[in-house]
Design a protein around this ligand. Sequence first.
Ligand SMILES: [Zn+2]
Length: 114
Amino acid sequence: MNKKDIENEIKERLEWEEKNKCRDCDTRVNGCGSKNGNFNSSYMLKDDLWREIIANEDESRKGQLCIICAQLRAGRKFVPEDFRDVPLNLRPNGMMTLLFPREFKDHLAAFVGE
Ligand SMILES: [Zn+2]
């Protein structure tokens, strides 16, 4: 690996870090590789709510906010219905288990019929 390659790799890494930071507090949002149920785990809110919170001028959905800053921007705590029904939210140690451990367990119990 020569110097140019190393410089490019560092540049890409920094750009990636920048893109995955919470816009308000700069904490790194972990993406779908995150294994720990943590406040910087990734999650997906329903589109309308997310657009309202992220407030991009072009009305796009791009950008990241950690779950704490997202709730601060929303001015309320999220409820399970705010989240999209996607594997990212529903996986073990995902945002649903973290925020709503009881509801999530009840939901799974209903699903498996116990
Ligand atoms: Zn944040």
